[in-house]
Design a protein around this ligand. Structure first.
Ligand code: MN
Length: 258
């Protein structure tokens, strides 16, 4: 079985390189990752431009492709053209920084894994909960163990569900364990800074700080990872609110006729 490894930080990021080399013992590994950083690009795909690829030889890997496109492009193109039919698993990461709560909607890392499940492949997104910590070795070991467990026990999730994994940036001994979680809500403060350019025109600089969550439920992903647990959230791309369908069905829809 081949494992397709991708990310949104770009092919040369330490996170993906560490991850790919640790997954080698589970099968043939190919990297198909963006040529440049595409963080926060969500599930964007390229539709009106060509997609160029560069093949690289990386030690111990079956193949490595730098794609001038988005993370979702990498998975689509990787499965259909580059890696081929033996691709049995998509792992996206290890992202530099968390992908927690509502932020998964912006995340290229998570979107790549969503693309994987759309294509019918078991998929996992992995992120390290820090923008400063640059030791990915613990996170890579955690991912290796998780993937091995899933493969050995055939724990593939039904209904095209992916796993979103966030790992605390601490030493192995400090990790308290795993928690199966649900997505929380990420709120930001002062999202844009208003500035003037030299010509006197206004522009905005995206800034913003995360507002610490008031949530106390330990089953929320944001809280679990803050408490030094590895957070695993099963995610689905189906955004339908099933509980509300009945309620909306009570509306007098005839009144909406035009
Ligand atoms: Mn990223």
């Amino acid at each position: 079985m081949e494992i397709l490894v991708t990310n949104d930080d770009g092919i040369w990021a330490t996170g993906i390189q560490t991850l790919a080399s640790s997954l080698k013992e589970l099968g043939e590994v190919s990297i198909v990752a963006p040529l440049e950083e595409k963080s926060a690009i969500g599930h964007g795909i390229t539709i009106r431009e060509s997609i160029r690829v560069q093949e690289h030889k990386l030690k111990g890997l079956k193949s490595a492709w730098a794609v001038d496109g988005t993370p979702a492009d990498c998975v689509k193109l990787g499965v259909k053209e580059l890696v081929g039919n033996d691709c049995g698993l998509v792992i996206s990461g290890i992202n530099h920084g968390p992908n927690l709560g509502t932020d998964v909607l912006y995340s290229g890392t998570v979107s790549a894994a969503i693309e994987g499940v759309i294509m019918g492949l078991p998929s996992i997104a992995v992120s390290l909960n820090s923008w400063d910590y640059d030791d990915y070795s613990v996170a890579a070991d955690v991912t290796l163990n998780l993937v091995r467990y899933i493969l050995e026990n055939k724990m593939m999730l039904p209904g095209r569900t992916l796993l979103n994994v966030n790992i605390p940036p601490v030493k192995k001994e400090e990790i308290l364990g795993f928690r199966i979680t649900k997505l929380g809500v990420r709120e930001y403060d002062n999202q844009y800074e208003k500035r003037l350019d030299p010509k006197g025109d206004t522009y905005y600089w995206p800034a913003g700080k995360i507002i610490p969550s008031k949530e106390i439920n330990p089953d929320i992903d944001i809280i679990a990872v803050e408490q030094n647990y590895i957070s695993i959230t099963p995610i689905h791309f189906d955004l339908t609110n099933y509980q509300i369908i009945k309620e909306v069905n009570k509306w007098d829809l005839d009144k909406l006729r035009i």
